[in-house]
Design a protein around this ligand. Structure first.
Ligand code: DI6
Ligand code: FE
Length: 402
């Protein structure tokens, strides 16, 4: 048993406040939190002469649940810095995509990379997230767009767990873009690649969830629905990139399939929010893509509040629309650009991010939850969203390992 004392805890253990406990003690047994409360109420501290009990002085740190990045494309080959420059010289994101650049240029680089190269380049990005107290990262496929490379990306994602103290959740995103070899034949691509690749990846145990990109430059709701039907047959939960650049109705479709999350959502409306609330879907807010694409249409935060749709915040780390490896920066952007409150945002990178991944035992400091903790050198949790480009992490604890 481990006893952490001399800390301020931000437990997030109810839905409507930070749950701050000053002069607090947190007790860990194995991988889980055993007890949380004030020093005064702690029944364990008196046993601290027992050699099976170790006490740790947090030296006044503020402790939150470790952060969770619930939407990333962290495994991929190459980068798109040149396209970034082209966009600044006037080219549009969708225009580049239609001209064979965009996602397809990353597909070429990803197909050309070895498994080791995919792992090594992802580790560089992952280490930035880890340095900010992240303990769980979702990783999507979607830059292979053929069966072998989609599986390879997911193998690389799984391998990250053996290289670092991190929990990885994998998401199959075969319906991310149309590869060059299927130009103008999206239905054939869904039938001949996406569905067989999903079956193979699932058979190999590589898939925790299924995602798609429902957009003018990607797939229609009808095409996405065929992928969702397959996911349902395989017993896999779904999520969707929807209403990012236009309103195509992907959110409603995702809600029909009880999606764990619907992500981006800039062009979603109040009816979409209502459908998500009824389906229990999390709204994943991705300020890095909004910022990078100089979007001006804001996600309907007020409607999400009104219908009590849980909101998560994530980096969307990807080489095109969000080359971002800082969840703390995504937190700051969500506050300043979308007027989310620091409390909503902290819940959005902990408890609601866990929910977006179907994890019910993370993102809160409460008995029975996995002891994934972040220690910060700050006085108040609002500081995590307030500062720009500043990382106050002192220590990260994953699975109770101190
Ligand atoms: N939406 C995004 O923002 C990323 N994927 C997606 O479906 C962009 C991916 C890229 O541009 O490489
Ligand atoms: Fe994405």
């Amino acid at each position: 048993m481990d006893i952490i004392h001399n800390a301020t805890l931000v437990t997030l253990d109810t839905d409507d406040d930070y749950g701050i406990i000053a002069d607090a003690v947190l007790v860990i047994k194995g991988q889980h939190i055993e007890w949380v409360g004030t020093r005064q109420d702690c029944p364990f501290l008196k046993h601290d002469t027992d050699s099976a009990v170790k006490t740790h002085d947090a030296q006044g740190a503020l402790i939150t649940p470790a952060l969770i990045d619930c939407h990333t494309h962290i495994v991929h080959g190459g980068d798109r810095a040149i396209e970034f420059e082209m966009r600044l010289n006037g080219a549009g994101y969708e225009e580049l995509a239609r001209a064979g650049g965009g996602i397809n240029s990353t597909v070429r680089a990803t197909r050309a990379a070895s498994l080791e190269a995919l792992i090594d380049s992802a580790l560089v990005r992952l280490d930035h997230l880890i340095a900010e107290g992240v303990s769980v990262v979702e990783v999507k496929s979607g830059y292979g767009l053929d069966t072998e490379t989609e599986c390879q990306m997911l193998r690389a994602a799984r391998a990250l767990e053996s290289k670092r103290d991190i929990k990885i959740r994998t998401t199959f995103l075969g319906a991310h873009a149309l590869p060059d070899e299927y130009r103008d034949r999206p239905d054939a691509y869904i039938d001949s690649v996406v569905i067989p690749a999903l079956e193979k990846a699932h058979t190999e145990g590589l898939v925790d969830a299924v995602d798609g990109f429902c957009e003018g430059i990607a797939f229609t709701p009808a095409q996405i629905e065929r992928v969702f039907k397959k996911a349902k047959d395989l017993g896999l939960p779904v999520k969707l990139h929807a209403e990012q650049l236009s309103h195509l109705g992907g959110t409603k479709l995702a809600a029909t399939y009880q999606a764990m999350s619907v992500d981006h959502l800039e062009y979603a409306d109040a009816n979409d929010a209502k459908a998500m609330a009824e389906a229990g879907s999390v709204a994943v807010i991705l300020p890095g893509a909004y910022y990078t694409l100089r979007e001006t249409q804001q996600p309907p935060i007020e409607a999400f509040r009104k219908y009590r749709v849980p909101m998560a915040v994530s980096t969307d780390c990807n080489p095109g629309s969000s080359p971002m490896t800082s969840l703390l920066l995504a937190m700051n952007m969500s506050a300043t650009m979308f007027r989310m409150t620091p409390e909503e945002i902290l819940r959005g990178v902990t408890h609601h991010a866990a929910k977006a991944l179907g994890l019910t035992d993370r993102g809160r400091l409460a008995k029975g939850y996995v002891a994934d903790l972040a220690f910060w050198q700050i006085q108040h949790p609002a500081e995590l969203s307030y500062r720009i480009g500043f990382n106050p992490l002192i220590r990260r604890v994953v699975g109770g390992k101190l």
